[in-house]
Design a protein around this ligand. Structure first.
Ligand code: SF4
Length: 328
């Protein structure tokens, strides 16, 4: 029996990297237990990138192909595009009428991000950016989701959704909206090939379903123990990016590799070769599913159309109730 309804989503940033797999693996598990809505958050993409919208459509497709390659099942979950379900925007407007500005201004990420992006020359001091936690509240509550998978850093946003639900229910004397609970997901932080945070913009990422050649090139470029100059120098695996990846992709040999590294009995070239082989084997099924979808673009359109339809039906039902409560 379903434990309830879940809403989760991502902004359309194009092809995803293997650092996103911990979130996607969690989604794949959740779809066995919950009625899931997985949303491409294209309206949210506008909050920080409103000047250039040229890549949103292409990025949407690329990202959805990665979701499907990772195992999201359109037979179980609605996979849809936020802006295709107009009720998200409609409910956002209703919430924006009844939410005090002070709630939004005290949101911890707001000032930080305005300042951070301001330093990069981006002005996001906009009405839309201030209000994006309300759009998130609308995204969740339009499906009456009772649970949302979140990382610790997103808890304040979910709390805002709960407050908005409470305020609406209290103000109009209704029990229409649930107060969704967090499902705290364990997110394993994979470093990029250079040891910094993995990110496409640093070019230190490895794409989901990367080709064998791409994997080899990226693994060859990984940072190792900088104190190790010659092949026979004893190394310290704990400061090595390759070793962090070995622990995930080659757990059976991790102990042996660490011991050999410390004794100077394995060279970094051989160590990287082992890792590339293991990663290639793990990535093969993702790659196959990705290639099949790329060869059949109509299938992705069908999946998104079916997802839009399922999401729209649920959202229309809630929005009719919202209007009814308001007496519209
Ligand atoms: S042998 Fe392996 S674990 Fe040791 S420093 Fe080289 S790449 Fe890293």
């Amino acid at each position: 029996m379903s434990k309830g309804t879940i809403l989760s989503g991502m902004r359309p940033t194009g092809r995803l990297h293997i650092g996103h797999l911990s979130v996607l693996d969690n989604w794949v598990k959740l779809q066995e237990e919950y009625n899931c809505f997985f949303m491409v958050a294209d309206w949210h993409a506008l909050t920080t990138s409103f000047e250039d919208t040229s890549k949103i459509k292409e990025n949407t497709r690329d990202m959805v192909i990665d979701w499907l390659s990772a195992g999201l099942d359109p037979g179980k979950s609605a996979i849809f595009v936020q802006s295709h379900v107009h009720q998200h925007a409609e409910l956002h407007l209703v919430f924006s009428m009844l939410t005090p500005i002070s709630w939004l201004e005290r949101c911890p990420t707001f000032k930080d991000q305005v300042q951070q992006l301001g330093e990069q020359g981006k002005d996001i001091n906009t009405y839309g950016f201030l209000g994006y936690p309300l759009l998130q509240a609308a995204d969740i509550l339009i499906y009456k989701a009772n649970a949302v998978p979140v990382g610790e850093d997103q808890l304040p946003h979910l709390e805002m959704t709960r407050e908005v639900a409470r305020r609406y229910n209290f103000m109009y004397d209704t029990k229409l909206f649930p107060e969704p609970q967090p499902i705290l997901a364990k997110v394993s932080l994979l470093p990029g090939t250079d040891g910094r945070k993995m990110s496409k913009s640093y070019n230190n990422d490895i794409a989901i379903g990367a080709s064998s050649e791409e994997i080899q090139t990226k693994v060859r470029s990984m940072i190792t123990d900088p104190a190790r100059v010659r092949k026979n120098d004893p190394g310290n695996p704990e400061v090595c990016v390759v070793y962090t990846f070995q622990k995930i992709y080659n757990p059976a040999e991790t102990g042996e590799i660490a011991a050999e590294c410390r004794q100077g009995a394995i060279g970094c070239v051989a160590c990287k070769k082992k890792l590339a082989e293991k990663m290639d084997a793990v990535m093969a099924p993702y790659r196959e599913r990705r290639e099949a979808l790329m060869a059949n673009p109509g299938r992705v359109d069908e999946i998104l159309a079916a997802g839009d339809e399922k999401a729209s039906a649920a959202a229309a039902k809630t929005m009719a109730e919202v209007r009814n409560v308001l007496g519209f």
